[in-house]
Design a protein around this ligand. Structure first.
Ligand SMILES: Cc1cc2nc3c(=O)[nH]c(=O)nc-3n(C[C@H](O)[C@H](O)[C@H](O)COP(=O)(O)O)c2cc1C
Length: 198
């Protein structure tokens, strides 16, 4: 039985490097017979979390819908940009709202942490920031994270939802393609092993 993996970019930007990487990862999971979907946070517009609003109006429908999509997943891969050394508000706010729908859902997932940025460090700080959050929540996380440095030079193609961009410039980021493949194989095996154990 194939596992179901939700790949969640932490950017909704039209030309986002992380959305491109998410599409590439989903395609690689599919090549390994895993069901993978890219879950676009831009499709679930949420206000910045405010406790008074929650008391007065309840949890927004978009948070319930996002939870519903993610609840089908065995594995969730967060693919995030780094904003000032941390997680973008879009990603953290979406996580916060989903915990207000159901916190237990996070404990049913295996989590992968991935980042890309235009710089040479590839979003190393946001990987630490995401790990801090998932460790705090005591979630099961793949020990190895993946960062793709020089993301701005890694993709030739624009984001296209019908035909995802692939890492098209392995000549520019020499070892990246093999590195990404290795990571995807490790994550697919890990999710698959848990699937078999259930
Ligand atoms: C508010 C803001 C803060 C940023 N801070 C960082 C940073 O700390 N480190 C970094 O490598 N890039 C930083 N960047 C640059 C982003 O990595 C770059 O814009 C990237 O392309 C955003 O991801 P996306 O292409 O997936 O939207 C920042 C960008 C913005 C808008």
């Amino acid at each position: 039985m194939s596992a179901h993996i939700a790949v969640v970019p932490g950017s909704a930007r039209r030309d986002s490097l992380n959305r491109r990487l998410a599409g590439d990862l989903a395609a690689r999971f599919a090549e390994r017979d895993q069901t993978a979907v890219v879950v676009e946070l831009g499709d679930y517009p949420l206000p910045i979390y405010h406790g008074d609003d929650e008391v007065e109006s309840g949890v927004p429908d978009a948070a319930i819908a996002l939870h519903g999509v993610l609840a089908q997943a065995d594995g969730v891969v967060l693919v995030s940009p780094e904003y000032n050394g941390g997680m973008p508000a879009l990603l953290k706010n979406s996580i916060d709202w989903v915990t207000r729908v159901e916190r237990a859902v996070f404990h049913r997932w295996l989590i992968g942490l991935v980042a890309t940025s235009p710089g040479s460090r590839g979003g190393a700080n946001v990987l630490r920031a995401m790990r801090h959050v998932v460790d705090h929540m005591r979630l099961e996380v793949l020990p190895t994270s993946l960062s793709v440095p020089h993301g701005g030079e890694a993709f030739d193609e624009p984001v296209d939802t019908t035909s995802p961009a692939r890492l098209a410039r392995p000549d520019v980021v020499a070892a990246t393609d093999a590195f990404v493949d290795e990571y995807v194989t490790a994550l697919a095996d890990w999710v698959g092993r848990r699937d078999l154990a259930d």
